[in-house]
Design a protein around this ligand. Structure first.
Ligand SMILES: [Zn+2]
Length: 167
């Protein structure tokens, strides 16, 4: 694995893993409409590590791939996270929906979808620069920090999403 920041592309079976990796600050492409050939081409062209459940796809020539073994996302994270270079710069969470970067958002700018209790508590808010979704520290974060802490790869800036059926 090279010293530069690792980026991923996940196959159609790994949507949940992709969202967790994004929350952990890892640049992860996940597009449902890409077929196997397009996934392999994109991985080759961009140097992204292909995450797949498909033995044949994992063996494509010129593709750096990880054959993900478990059906469970916590086990999948434990398999994938150790490939990251140690001593890498701390990562900020990315938008689990779209992989966009998150920017700080003042509570006065919070949309009405953010509960008043959250706005008034002074909890730090973040907004996705691509899709506009607003996030704050919440219950989901406890789950991922636990998984990441077991691996020692805790992201620098703990943040989580509001209740989200995707997660
Ligand atoms: Zn987004």
């Amino acid at each position: 694995m090279s010293a530069r920041e690792v980026a991923f592309i996940a196959d159609v079976m790994l949507g949940r893993l992709a969202r967790w990796l994004r929350l952990a600050g890892l640049d992860t492409v996940y597009e449902r409409d890409l077929d196997d050939r397009q996934l392999a081409d994109l991985a080759r062209r961009t140097g992204r590590v292909l995450l797949t459940r498909d033995h044949e796809l994992a063996r494509r020539r010129g593709v750096q791939a990880i054959l993900v073994k478990s059906d469970w996302v916590s086990e999948q994270l434990k398999q994938v996270l150790p490939v990251l270079p140690t001593g890498a710069a701390p990562r900020s969470p990315r938008c689990p929906r779209c992989n966009g970067g998150l920017e700080p958002l003042g509570s006065s700018q919070a949309p009405s979808t953010v509960p008043a209790a959250v706005r008034e508590s002074g909890t730090a808010l973040r907004r996705c620069v691509v899709c506009g979704q607003v996030y704050w520290k919440g219950s989901h974060w406890a789950g991922i920090s636990q998984v990441l802490a077991e691996d020692g790869s805790r992201p620098a800036e703990p943040i989580s999403s509001p209740p989200d059926p995707l997660l």
